[in-house]
Design a protein. Structure first.
Length: 80
């Protein structure tokens, strides 16, 4: 739907959109306690999404995403 390959892009877009809207007026309200941050990547075969990988626990969300990418890079050849 959004054609994004990582959760960092989604988090950034939601933050930019949310900042422009009056509080409580978003069409999409995430469930209480749900946050969007970097650390997740889609796993694709061609253009088809097959799954996702997510990492958490690094000092920054960007480091989480870099770790997820490194892990996905390690198994990419087995996904063909």
């Amino acid at each position: 739907m959004y054609k994004l390959d990582n959760s960092g892009e989604l988090a950034s877009r939601l933050a930019q959109f949310s900042a422009r809207q009056p509080p409580g007026t978003l069409a999409f309200q995430p469930p209480e306690g749900m946050i969007f941050r970097a650390g997740g990547l889609t796993i694709k075969f061609g253009d088809e999404v097959m799954g996702a990988i997510g990492v958490g626990g690094a000092p920054t969300a960007e480091a989480d995403e870099a770790c997820a990418k490194a892990g996905l890079d390690q198994i990419r050849e087995r996904l063909k």
